[in-house]
Design a protein around this ligand. Sequence first.
Ligand SMILES: C[S@@+](CC[C@H](N)C(=O)[O-])C[C@H]1O[C@@H](n2cnc3c(N)ncnc32)[C@H](O)[C@@H]1O
Length: 445
Amino acid sequence: MNARYKNPDNDPRGPWKSSGLDVKTYSATYDYPITTPSGRIVNPPGSSCWRLSKQRFEEYVKDNRIWFGTNGNSVHAIKRFLSEVQQGSVSKTIWFREEVGDNQEAKKETLSFNSDDVFTTPKPERLIQRILTLATNSGDWVLDSFLGSGTTAAVAHKMGRRWIGIELGEHCYTHCLPRLKSVVDGTDQGGISKIIHTPDPSQAGNEPTPNPSQEGNKKTPSSEGIKGWVGGGGFKYYYLAPSLLKKDKNDNWIIDERYNANMLAAAMAKNEGFKYCPDENIYWKQGKSTEKDYIFTTTSFITVEYLDKIREEMKPDESLLICCKSFQEACENRYANITIKKIPKMLLGRCEFGKEDYSLNIVNMPEPTPDPSQEGNLNKNPSRKGNKMGISQEGNEHTPYPLSEGEHKSPLLGGDLGVGKSGRAKKPNKDNSTGKNTKQRKLFE
Ligand SMILES: C[S@@+](CC[C@H](N)C(=O)[O-])C[C@H]1O[C@@H](n2cnc3c(N)ncnc32)[C@H](O)[C@@H]1O
């Protein structure tokens, strides 16, 4: 197959083969005229359009990745370099079990994490490896919103990809967490562990993942680093809290009784974009958005006297947001630096019912080193709505392969269930009478 790769223009990147620039699936933004080096103007043939956007095409031209023929006048083609094709293979239509495994292999792989309870629909690691090889580069994000037995996250991790996994079922605790912990600590020697290379942190310039903007310098974990998977990296684990609000029997919105005072304060701080950090001495300083801007959540009825007392304790340059269930009318607008709001109402104001695209803002995501090519992907501005969930690999704030500690202690987030240096993924609490997972309930008692 390599014979199909030639190097007619003596490209320093080595032999390449051409691949067509036009595609049949039409998109107006990919339909633009191209001027060849010889000056000929060419449009996509028939009802097709180009494979690359205009901007991408120009980047490719600059990088000498477009072939215009020896006289600069021929049909356009993209140069596909053999050196950039992983293990010299490109995607084939039929994937044989000898190459990518089968269900039996997948079952064996998951048995090593939970021999009592075989996951019914696991995928073999080799299959996911093939898919991730074709679809991603080292350092890319891989999202599996139906994590199942955790194969995708496990393979993504071993391949030096960052990942996010979301799972609804009990097997999040019985399969995903033990499996991913075992990947991180290196005891997982099944699946693709023997056939890949653990990326070498010293070669990665102390970055956990190569910066996608440095494409070209890209190191593929399959060709460098330590032979076999030896462990490293880490992940954070979150679970989704119940909705803060619910309807009572009269169809009124009320605060879910599973939220105690601390949890309510933490949730309100998060919703309003404050950092929850209760002051040991001053009860109304539960969180802050800046050095002088505080939040106080209470279920008490706020009277004018109550408000005046707080005001007396405040410094002139401090401001405060009070979230309460109800307050005396005279409290509203009493002080310019104190805003007072009713909880169900203020939260409901943030809900957008009936929208098709909710564009949820995820707060406190691990932020990678700023990379202009990725701008817009991460919400750097702490949002005042949204919740975290799922299992996610560490972002760039940590060095690559030492394990990272679970960080979040908020009662709403359960972050100490993350895998850390000394941490272990805690087993779910089982309610013996029902056999159901009671961990979430316990957190809300
Ligand atoms: C077929 S399995 C996924 C297999 C997995 N991606 C793999 O590679 O092995 C589908 C999983 O999605 C989970 N699931 C279904 N609905 C979900 C939801 N709304 N949120 C999160 N997980 C969900 C199920 O519990 C099940 O474990």
